[in-house]
Design a protein around this ligand. Structure first.
Ligand code: FES
Length: 131
């Protein structure tokens, strides 16, 4: 299996690892097949993702995609964060081996879960489509 330089870099030096204690939204998702779990914390100010952190108990590709995904949504509007697809994250990482595509889906879902928790806490009724 061949990983791109970017995947290896984000795996070895993941960005935004940790948790946010007073997070505005927290999402946790898992993949029942591999058993990997990803938890995403967001802080929202003025409808923008002002901070985001993650914890991933999972494979290297899951760590790399969550790291890249957090970088891609930081500073963006909540709506923009919701538009982030696993495909865009994979492209930003210069690709993933086909058997690892589901790991990037986890990253997209974790963001959506965190945003949907944020909406719920605010009493905003919004349907978020997850895969
Ligand atoms: Fe399950 Fe990567 S093998 S998230």
């Amino acid at each position: 299996m061949v990983y791109s330089e970017k995947v290896l870099d984000h795996f070895a030096n993941p960005r935004n690892v940790g948790e946010i204690e007073d997070a505005d939204g927290v999402g946790e998702v898992g993949n029942s097949k591999c058993g990997d779990i990803m938890k995403m914390y967001i802080k929202v100010d003025d409808n923008k993702i002002s901070d985001v952190k993650f914890k991933t108990f999972g494979c290297g590709a899951a760590i790399a995609t969550s790291s890249m995904a957090t970088e891609m949504i930081k500073g963006k509007s909540v709506d923009d964060a919701l538009q982030l697809t696993n495909k865009a994250v994979m492209e930003a990482l210069d690709g993933l081996p086909p058997v690892k595509v589901h790991c990037s889906v986890l990253a997209e879902e974790a963001i959506k879960a965190a945003v949907s928790d944020y909406y719920e806490k605010r009493g905003i009724d919004k349907d978020i489509i997850t895969k």
